[in-house]
Design a protein around this ligand. Structure first.
Ligand SMILES: C[S@@+](CC[C@H](N)C(=O)[O-])C[C@H]1O[C@@H](n2cnc3c(N)ncnc32)[C@H](O)[C@@H]1O
Length: 336
């Protein structure tokens, strides 16, 4: 962590970046590998996709013709950002899993036009993303202060600075869908803890639709999503001295109609054993055995509503695109 400043210095700083990952991220990767690759059904959490190359591949995915969520979410923001700015009166925007903050600019523009914008707080595990977007956004928005938090939103929400006025916490891109139902509600409850009585959560969720449209979005014809999926093996090779050959695995994306989520998996093309050297862990794959690398839950309005209620939140606005592909929900803590 970088040295702490007095409140007066803080108020003057245009860019402040704090990193909370020193060493703890490698530990979390090692723990997840030990846990996930020794189960009968192998599994890794999706946050490990996002080294600099993974983040770059995700950006390319957002531009693919098959990947409708980014375009649909942006369209909703463009249509409704002024209304969101007016309703919330927000002086600051906290963004969880901020990435390149591409769509965020639509919100920042609206808050700036409303004359309330003071501070942006991006939170992401990918250090380069937080540093780059702090630099770019402070030059694009004169007067904007950026307080970047390099950290894991499952572990470091308590490092987010206290609100300086009405705040929006944005959780875009459908990232909440990466959590299975139980931990989704736990994460939502923790996020609700960032909200005071005048604050709002703005969350993007992908909606249930034709499975063919969903599966195409996660298995594009150019193979970018396949490269993104295999990238987790490159991360394991580099960070834990593993010896995966990513080409030993096929990319699989399928819609599970029972759970209403997309699963991404890596399927072993042949029987083999890989050594994860740092953990002294041999990992055996049968031919055709699969490793689950991501779930991406698809929502109905009812499902989202019940998740929000369980987390102590109440829906203020349900915003969707004309084709009802994607939704943004604006919610606040439940007034008792
Ligand atoms: C699906 S991308 C979405 C990016 C952007 N918000 C958007 O809507 O296009 C997920 C982002 O969340 C970040 N991320 C994933 N898991 C995280 C975690 N546990 N803590 C912090 N950031 C995380 C990734 O680095 C990535 O930038």
């Amino acid at each position: 962590m970088e040295p702490t400043s007095s409140p007066r210095q803080l108020a003057r700083e245009t860019i402040r970046i704090e990193s909370h990952l020193d060493g703890t991220n490698e530990r979390s990767l090692a723990d997840d590998v030990l846990d996930g690759l020794t189960r009968p059904f192998k599994e890794l959490p999706p946050k490990h996709f996002y080294d600099a190359r993974g983040a770059d591949l995700f950006d390319q995915i957002c531009d693919l013709p098959e990947y409708y969520p980014t375009r649909a979410e942006r369209a909703i923001l463009e249509e409704r950002a002024a209304e969101i700015a007016e309703l919330t009166g927000a002086v600051e925007l906290v963004e969880l899993g901020s990435g390149t903050a591409a769509k965020t600019r639509v919100l920042l523009d609206a808050l700036q036009a409303a004359g309330t914008l003071e501070r942006y707080i991006p939170v992401d595990v990918t250090e380069s993303m937080v540093r780059d977007c702090a630099k770019t956004l402070t030059s694009e928005y004169p007067g904007l202060r950026v307080h970047g938090v390099i950290g894991d939103f499952e572990r470091h929400l308590d490092r987010i600075p206290p609100a300086a006025g009405p705040r929006i916490v944005a959780f875009l891109g459908g990232t909440i869908g990466n959590f299975p139902p139980g931990s989704r509600r736990r994460v939502l409850r923790q996020i609700a803890g960032l909200l005071g009585p005048g604050d709002h959560l703005l969350m993007g969720t992908d909606l249930v639709k034709d499975p063919r449209v969903l599966e195409a979005a996660y298995d594009d014809s150019q193979g970018v999503t396949a490269a993104f999926n295999r990238n987790v093996l490159h991360v394991l090779n580099r960070e834990l001295q593993a010896d995966f050959d990513p080409e030993d695995f096929d990319h699989v994306a399928l819609f599970d109609p029972h759970n209403e989520w997309i699963e991404m998996r890596l399927r072993a093309r042949r029987e083999h054993t890989t050594l994860v050297r740092d953990l002294d862990l041999p990992v055996h794959f049968d031919a055709g055995e699969e490793l689950r690398t991501e779930i991406s839950a698809k929502f109905t309005p009812e499902r989202l509503q019940s998740d929000l209620t369980a987390a102590g939140l109440e829906l203020v606005r349900w915003l969707t695109d004309p084709d009802e592909l994607f939704a943004l929900s604006l919610s606040r803590i439940h007034a008792h």
